[in-house]
Structures are given as structure tokens and as C-alpha cells.
Design a binder for this molecule. Sequence first.
Ligand SMILES: NC(=O)c1ccc[n+]([C@@H]2O[C@H](COP(=O)([O-])OP(=O)(O)OC[C@H]3O[C@@H](n4cnc5c(N)ncnc54)[C@H](OP(=O)(O)O)[C@@H]3O)[C@@H](O)[C@H]2O)c1
Length: 282
Amino acid sequence: MNTRAVPNVVLITGTSSGIGLHAAVAAAVAGHTVVATMRNLEGARALRDAAATARVSLDIRRLDVTEPDSVTRVVAETTERYGRLDALINNAGSGRVGTIENETVDDVRAVMEVNFFGVVAVTRAALPHLRNTRGRLISVSSVGGMIGQPFNEAYCAAKFAVEGFMESLAPVAATAGVSVTVVEPGAVASSFVANVGRDLTEGGPAGDPYAAPLAAYLARAASSFSAAQSAQSAGEVLAGLLDGDRPAFRVQTSDGARRFVAAKLADLDGSAVQAMTAAWLA
Ligand SMILES: NC(=O)c1ccc[n+]([C@@H]2O[C@H](COP(=O)([O-])OP(=O)(O)OC[C@H]3O[C@@H](n4cnc5c(N)ncnc54)[C@H](OP(=O)(O)O)[C@@H]3O)[C@@H](O)[C@H]2O)c1
């Protein structure tokens, strides 16, 4: 990717809103050719409006990361049209608040499908093309991919899986000239919270033994989201990884996210993180 002046060809998943939308626009503003994908093109209005405001054009295509055919089709269409793919940003994802006693295994599987197997599928389709360009593979994880957060078991498991997958892949891909990066936002103001798939105030079933800790968790989450990083700022961090020196393996999008992840990396026996997250439920 450093061997060629812009425009580079960049494919981004989940660009209908939030971080992905802003990353797509910022990458186009920086001069890249952006294939901005989303699972439902009827949701493209906000992206089209943002692109028009920024006076850039985007190649908007439908891609659902859980549909293997749409993944392989869009990657093939991209390389046919532009002759190359220089970077993939795996951004699509969705949260889920809950705890396993109140959920089914299928609920957990659905979270893994989007947040982990979706990343695996798009990565697998893109890698041969990224090898050809010695390109960049960038995946949006989360601080929840480093620290297991209460009532986020399935989501954190999926993001931990992304981090493990990418950390294992990174040295292998590097032998073919492809850099691998995971990006760890903290709280970001986007549609993410609204999209966790349930009313967060409703709690569990009658007599739910976890009702009180869930209420405490939600109150803390509401307060941390009141100081959230903007989706534009996080998207710009993401787009910035497309230019210049190859990024590090692990990148946080804010100082708050850096401090949070640093706590985990210094916590050899897990007790500091357990003390911190247990306090959120008191
Ligand atoms: N917001 C945060 O606090 C936060 C913190 C850490 C990490 N993250 C991560 O940041 C990434 C972007 O999230 P965001 O905050 O920008 O939230 P968002 O505004 O809800 O954006 C998520 C995007 O992913 C898309 N998506 C969901 N399922 C998909 C599927 N099966 N196929 C393709 N696209 C799909 C959504 O599309 P639809 O519009 O169709 O639903 C949307 O475009 C995610 O990976 C998320 O886990 C977010």
C-alpha cells in the first residue's frame, strides 16, 4: 500500500451509520477509492448525505457479512472494477447486552455470526487481493475485545475471538506483506446502543436474580456513553490508518480507550480487572 500514491482501493463493511459511515467519508476525503458496503441499501441515505456534504463520491454496495454469497460477490466485483484491493476495514458489528442464564445458545451464536464469523468471511475473501497489493487488513474490535465487560458475554467473546484470530494471523500475513491491525474504540456515540437488540431497561424475567446488577451496569453504561467519543472522531482514526507507515497491531481510538486497555495489559492475574468490573455492579 505504501508503494503507490492514492487513490488506494478500500472496502469497508457496515457503513450505514456510526464509525463505518464516518470512516468511509474520511477515507474518500483523503483521496481513497472507497467501496462502502452495508447490509441494507435502503439505509444508505445518511451515508449519501454525508458524502454529498463532504463533496466526495463513494461506491456503495450491498454486503451482509453473514451472507457468504454477498461477501464473495462484492469482493469479486470490487477487484474486477478497480483491478485491486489495497485495504479492508472490517467494521460491521452489533452489540448484545445480557447474561447467559437469560439467553439461549442461539442468541450467543447470532452475535458470533456477525461480529466474528462475519469478520472471518470477509477477511478470507479479501486476503488474496491484499497479498497482491501488500495491503492492510484492519478490523474494528473494541475495548471489549480486551476486557470482558459484565452483561456483554457474547459480544466480548466475539471481539476476543476477533483479536485472537487477528493476532495469530498477523505474523502469517506479514510474510506476504499484509499488515494486520485491530482497532479498539471505547464508548462511541453511534446507533450501537440502540441496536443491541433489546430494551435495556426491561431487565430479565420475573424474579431475575441479576436484575439489580444489570440495573447498576446500565446506569454506569449510560454515564460512560454520555462522555462518548464521537463517531466522526473514531471514523477519522480508522481512515487515518490507511495512509503513511503501517499501523501497529493494536490501535485505540481515544485516550480513554488507551487507559482502559492498558489496565488489562498490566493485570497479569486478572484481579485488577475483576475488581474494576465487579465494582460496576455494586
Ligand atoms: N459504539 C461503540 O461504543 C463501540 C465501541 C467499541 C467498538 N465498536 C464497534 O465499532 C463498529 C461499528 O459500530 P458503531 O458504533 O458504528 O455502531 P452502528 O452505528 O450500529 O454501526 C454498526 C454497523 O454495522 C452494520 N451491521 C450490523 N450487522 C451487519 C451485518 N450482518 N452485515 C453488514 N453490516 C452489519 C450496521 O448495519 P445496519 O444499519 O444495517 O444495522 C451498521 O452499519 C462495530 O464493530 C462495533 O462493535 C463500537
